[in-house]
Every structure is written in structure tokens, then in C-alpha cells.
Design a protein around this ligand. Structure first.
Ligand code: FES
Length: 182
């Protein structure tokens, strides 16, 4: 995933700070990765390379640790995090089809984030609302009895809420005066 403007500098500074706090041995690999995740919300490729260099191990070794631990993310969290329940009840009643619908509509796969970083998509275990399966949780909102035909509408409502927030921000911004105005 492409880094945003200024993100590279932030990663370098945060990871350097983390590296400075730990002895550079393999025992500290997981704690270092956890700190990167806490600071940045995910473990970027650049961070893995920096850590691998400092430990003098191949980057692929660090990558395999990141993919092994569920709590470590390879991709940045989106502005909106979509979690499709894949517990037994949801799975039995079409959870996989719902997940596929989100993947198609967002053009990403489960575990990924859209290029504009608006949405990230993941599968989760039972979220405790089996009576309204299949269930999708977007941010903190639980949506039940989701059908593939509702996927577009659900995403649209979040896209619209973003636009409205953007409009509100614009309205609240003080008008900047041009040069020569008093
Ligand atoms: S299995 Fe999906 S909410 Fe329980």
C-alpha cells in the first residue's frame, strides 16, 4: 500500500524511537512489532525492513511473524472498519456471500484497506448477535440480517456521512481573506 504524504517520515521516526528502547535481539522482535502496531495502527513494510536490519535477519522472517499474530495488521485501519461476522450462525446463513459482496464492491480482499483508506475489511468471530445473522459491524454500529443487495446502500450511507462531515467542516472554517483585503 502506498504511503501517504509525510507518512514515511513518521514511520522512520517512530520506529527509530522504538528501536532505541530495545536491545537488538530476536527476543524483542514481538514486543517491538507490538509497539509499532500501537503507535501506527499497523506494521508497515518499511517498519518491518528497519526492524529486520537492526536484528540482522531477513525481512521475510519479520513478515512471517507479523502474519502469524492475528493482532498485528499488515494494512492501515480504514476510516471505517468493516467487520463481517463469520461465526457459525452467520456463516450458515450467508456470511461468506456478504463478505464477498463487500470485497467486490470495495475491490479489496478481506484483511485489506482501500487505497483511499476509507474502508478496511476483516472477518471476525461471533459478535454475540446471532439472532440477527448475518451480522456486519461497521465501526461501532451493528447491522443485522444483511443481504448482498444492501451492501451498496450500507457503504453509501458511510460515504455520505463522510461528505456531510466534510461539508460541515467547510462551513465552519473561517473564510480566509485574500491579499489586499482588510
Ligand atoms: S455467529 Fe455472527 S453474531 Fe453470532
Amino acid at each position: 500500500m502506498e504511503l501517504l504524504e509525510g507518512e514515511k517520515e513518521v514511520i522512520i521516526s517512530q520506529v527509530s524511537e522504538i528501536l532505541g528502547k530495545h536491545k537488538h535481539n530476536c527476543e524483542n522482535l514481538v514486543p517491538m512489532l507490538q509497539e509499532v502496531q500501537n503507535q501506527l495502527g499497523y506494521v508497515p513494510e518499511l517498519a518491518m525492513e528497519m526492524i529486520a536490519d537492526s536484528l540482522e535477519v531477513p525481512a521475510v522472517a519479520v513478515y512471517s511473524i507479523v502474519t502469524f499474530y492475528n493482532q498485528l495488521r499488515l494494512n492501515p485501519p480504514g476510516d471505517h472498519q468493516i467487520r463481517v461476522c463469520m461465526g457459525t450462525a452467520c456463516h450458515m446463513i450467508g456470511g461468506q456471500i456478504i463478505l464477498n459482496s463487500f470485497e467486490r464492491r470495495l475491490q479489496i480482499e478481506e484483511g485489506e484497506t482501500t487505497e483511499d483508506r476509507k474502508f478496511s475489511l476483516e472477518r471476525v468471530a461471533c459478535v454475540g448477535c446471532c439472532a440477527i445473522a448475518p451480522v456486519v459491524v461497521i465501526d461501532d454500529l451493528v447491522d443485522g440480517k444483511v443481504t448482498p443487495t444492501r451492501v451498496d446502500g450500507i457503504l453509501l450511507s458511510f460515504e455520505n456521512s463522510n461528505n456531510n462531515e466534510g461539508k460541515k467542516e467547510q462551513e465552519q472554517k473561517p473564510v480566509e481573506r485574500g491579499e489586499g483585503q482588510e
